[in-house]
Design a protein around this ligand. Structure first.
Ligand SMILES: Cc1cc2nc3c(=O)[nH]c(=O)nc-3n(C[C@H](O)[C@H](O)[C@H](O)COP(=O)(O)O)c2cc1C
Length: 197
């Protein structure tokens, strides 16, 4: 199998670059992802799926609270990608200088974005290295951003000084995931069943 080719082909299945935020026990946090998928075609059932690696602090916050906010970023948000996506918030408050407010479900809603959705987790699936969270939006809104940030745009325009740290972090995540991707386990999400009010 040509693994390099399969990776390049799958990279073309694009979603926006997003910031995912969560809060738990008085702490707030956020991370960057480029896997966020529309998971419903029904206008009054707004659903999204995200895949979050288990080593991320945000993963544990979402798993334990069953809530997250997803923000599709706009093209001017490279600073936020560096701030939230290059280091973990386990030891520091990455949102301290990022303007935000608490949403209806308690997740940090960032002032600057292209659009945001605050979601309740309604089901999960294990991928071995990550958890796929199916979220139903309880609230959402449009941000001031004009053009959405795609992964292709991000990779082509990432400031040169961030390229090496980005690629180093990506390689480390790939190595971590490679060891765990085949250890699938069944997860029963306790919240499944009742509709998200
Ligand atoms: C462009 C970009 C895309 C990323 N995509 C993902 C992703 O799809 N899934 C994921 O779990 N982490 C992804 N990350 C990595 C997390 O954002 C990163 O590990 C972050 O430091 C996690 O922070 P936390 O530990 O505070 O949650 C991405 C990072 C960048 C910069």
């Amino acid at each position: 199998m040509d693994a390099t080719l399969s990776y390049e082909l799958l990279r073309s299945f694009t979603t926006p670059v997003v910031a995912i935020t969560a809060a738990r026990g008085g702490k707030r946090n956020g991370m960057i992802s480029d896997v966020a998928i529309r998971a419903s075609i029904v206008p009054d059932v707004p659903r999204l799926m995200i895949l979050v690696h288990k080593f991320n602090y945000t993963h544990d916050m979402i798993f334990e609270t069953g809530r997250f906010a997803l923000h599709a970023l706009h093209r001017g948000q490279f600073d936020l990608i560096e701030r939230l996506g290059f280091e973990s918030g386990r030891d520091r408050d990455k949102l301290a200088e990022v303007p935000h407010r608490p949403g209806a479900l308690g997740c940090p809603i960032l002032e600057d974005c292209w659009a945001w959705f605050e979601c309740r987790v309604i089901n999960v699936m294990d991928t071995g290295s990550s958890t796929c969270f199916l979220g139903e939006a309880a609230d959402f809104g449009r941000g001031p951003g004009k053009e959405i940030m795609t992964p292709g745009y991000m990779r082509a325009n990432l400031p040169p000084e961030w390229r090496e740290p980005y690629l180093t972090k990506l390689a480390a995540a790939q190595a971590w995931a490679a060891e765990r991707s085949r250890e699938l386990r069944a997860v029963t999400w306790p919240g499944v069943g009742p509709p998200a009010a």
